[in-house]
Design a protein around this ligand. Structure first.
Ligand SMILES: *[C@@H]1O[C@H](CO)[C@@H](O)[C@H](O)[C@H]1NC(C)=O
Ligand SMILES: *[C@@H]1O[C@H](CO)[C@@H](O)[C@H](O)[C@H]1NC(C)=O
Ligand SMILES: *[C@@H]1O[C@H](CO)[C@@H](O)[C@H](O)[C@H]1NC(C)=O
Ligand SMILES: *[C@@H]1O[C@H](CO)[C@@H](O)[C@H](O)[C@H]1NC(C)=O
Ligand SMILES: *[C@@H]1O[C@H](CO)[C@@H](O)[C@H](O)[C@H]1NC(C)=O
Ligand SMILES: *[C@@H]1O[C@H](CO)[C@@H](O)[C@H](O)[C@H]1NC(C)=O
Ligand SMILES: *[C@@H]1O[C@H](CO)[C@@H](O)[C@H](O)[C@H]1NC(C)=O
Ligand SMILES: *[C@@H]1O[C@H](CO)[C@@H](O)[C@H](O)[C@H]1NC(C)=O
Length: 450
């Protein structure tokens, strides 16, 4: 009887602790944010993430799936020893075995640390298309910095392109806005350009090309980081050193707190863990936040110029069509090659008129390459006679493939059978197809591949 009473007491004690001090309650409100978004600080998020324990079943299942996926990773030997110009040398299987070894030796202090180790391991490939995202709950957290920086190629200096308004409105202090156009000499005490290069080296997976990585860091990866893909910083803040006057070389230093935007309300640790376990990771979260800030700051180039020489004609935030009035130059901005923007793209291409066409692809988020090739073929039919570029696909009879090919007519010889090295000349090759399950998902595949 006595023992039973003791147990009950402990039970109540545990519940009341959880009720009062759950470290993963993120529900702060601020009017500048969309209604479903919240914000927090690095310390608080760190406390929450550190509190989520490792789970042996999750670690075991995760590693098992990763080893399974290695069997389908066609570039395994290439990344082990690639040639000119990148000389990649990553033994991915070994890397994963190391992680298994760490899990067996209980080296991971928490679940987040385990997942971030896998993230880092995949980052070594420096391949935008082969990455690992920590689970969906963590993907709702987005680190925001006070500035967007810009590299000045002539002087090799870094300047503040702008102070981010969303940042100042959340912390209730617009100090960061005062530094627009100022030259930054150091970040956290290190030469600023050196810092950015290191950052690109340490964290960017954008490309194997150093310059592409550095550009990508300036464009987005430095100032907006999804915590499922970039680690929580060690410190709570970041220090910038500004040049006060060029003649005297006087400098001043100022420290800004990192801010964390959370795109979903979490009442407690349990709800975050549920998102981690039950939902697949969303790749769209950063896009959502990035687009929100870009719109808020009016950073779309045409929006800057709207009142003067440019006329916006049609499209959405990411993919649109505008005209430079004095020269009647048509500019089509393609932000991505996804199904979602497809109707916009189709409408724009069939409507656009003018003497000169510029297709602006800077910073596009990729998508289905068959759309890109189909568009190219639509614009430059002569291109079809080039036999060098193919669309190697894994034989999944994807909707986009049918969709794009029926609209812009996929050109002959555009699809390569990577097993035989031969190309296909029509779409019949796809049929008949069968259902086939790979990595837990069932899709229709061409018979030729099953
Ligand atoms: C956040 O949630 C906690 C616990 O549910 C509550 O006490 C607090 O008032 C909420 N804060 C806001 C800003 O809604
Ligand atoms: C998962 O657990 C099983 C049983 O303990 C073990 O045999 C296997 O090696 C583990 N797999 C990984 C990838 O850790
Ligand atoms: C920003 O600069 C202006 C003028 O230089 C100054 O009056 C203002 O106090 C500064 N704001 C902050 C927050 O330092
Ligand atoms: C990059 O990684 C190295 C090695 O871990 C570390 O010493 C350095 O501080 C990192 N640099 C940045 C800018 O994060
Ligand atoms: C910056 O953060 C560190 C630890 O994260 C803290 O010790 C330091 O006081 C902070 N500096 C400022 C100026 O807030
Ligand atoms: C630069 O610093 C020196 C010494 O601290 C000071 O005398 C001078 O006035 C400063 N110049 C400017 C432009 O602030
Ligand atoms: C553009 O972005 C804003 C803000 O995120 C959003 O409200 C609007 O619906 C978007 N418009 C289109 C056409 O996608
Ligand atoms: C594949 O499975 C889907 C969904 O179960 C079904 O609609 C489709 O007809 C199947 N296709 C073939 C070729 O069996």
């Amino acid at each position: 009887m006595k023992t039973q009473l003791f147990c009950i007491t402990i039970f109540f004690y545990a519940v009341s602790i959880e009720g009062e001090t759950d470290l993963c309650t993120f529900n702060s409100t601020i009017s500048e944010l969309p209604t479903t978004w919240f914000y927090s600080t690095v310390d608080q998020v760190k406390l929450c993430f550190e509190n989520i324990p490792v789970n042996n079943v999750i670690m075991n299942e995760t590693m098992k799936q990763l080893f399974n996926s290695l069997d389908f990773y066609s570039f395994l030997s290439i990344v082990r020893q690639s040639n000119h110009p990148y000389f990649t040398n990553v033994n991915l299987r070994e890397e994963l075995l190391n992680i298994v070894d760490q899990t067996n030796r209980n080296m991971y202090k928490n679940d987040y640390e385990f997942h971030m180790n896998i993230v880092n391991c995949f980052k070594k490939l420096k391949d935008f298309h082969t990455k690992y995202f920590a689970p969906n709950g963590y993907a709702k957290f987005e680190l925001l910095l006070p500035f967007i920086l810009e590299f000045q190629p002539l002087t090799k200096q870094i300047k503040v392109k702008l102070g981010i308004n969303l940042y100042s409105s959340i912390i209730g202090n617009n100090l960061n806005l005062n530094y627009t156009d100022r030259i930054i000499t150091k970040i956290d005490g290190m030469n600023a350009l050196e810092y950015m290069k290191q950052f690109a080296e340490n964290y960017s997976f954008m490309s194997k090309d150093k310059s592409v990585r550095l550009n990508s860091v300036f464009r987005e990866e430095f100032w907006l980081r999804n915590l499922a893909q970039y680690p929580l910083p060690i410190k709570n803040n970041i220090t910038f050193t500004f040049l006060d006057s060029i003649q005297d070389k006087n400098e001043s230093t100022i420290t800004f707190s990192y801010l964390i935007l959370i795109t979903k309300k979490f009442d407690n640790q349990r709800s975050l863990e549920d998102d981690n376990h039950l939902l697949s990771s969303s790749f769209l979260e950063t896009r959502l936040v990035f687009n929100y800030i870009i719109n808020l700051e009016k950073l779309h180039w045409y929006q800057h110029q709207k009142d003067s020489n440019f006329d916006f004609v049609m499209g959405g935030n990411d993919t649109y069509y505008y005209i430079h009035k004095p020269t009647q130059t048509v500019i089509i901005r393609l932000g991505s090659f996804n199904e979602e923007t497809f109707e916009d793209v189709k409408m724009i291409f069939s409507t656009a008129i003018g003497k000169t066409l510029i297709i602006d692809l800077v910073g596009n988020h990729g998508g289905e390459s068959c759309l890109a090739y189909s568009l190219l073929n639509y614009l430059v039919p002569e291109y079809s006679s080039l036999r060098l570029l193919y669309e190697p696909i894994d034989a999944r009879t994807t909707t986009p493939l049918f969709f794009f090919s029926s609209i812009f007519s996929l050109y002959a010889n555009s699809i390569l059978d990577i097993r035989t090295g031969l190309s296909f000349t029509n779409m019949d090759w796809i049929k008949p197809y069968v259902n086939y399950t790979r990595g837990g998902s069932t899709d229709e595949y061409s018979m030729k591949w099953s």
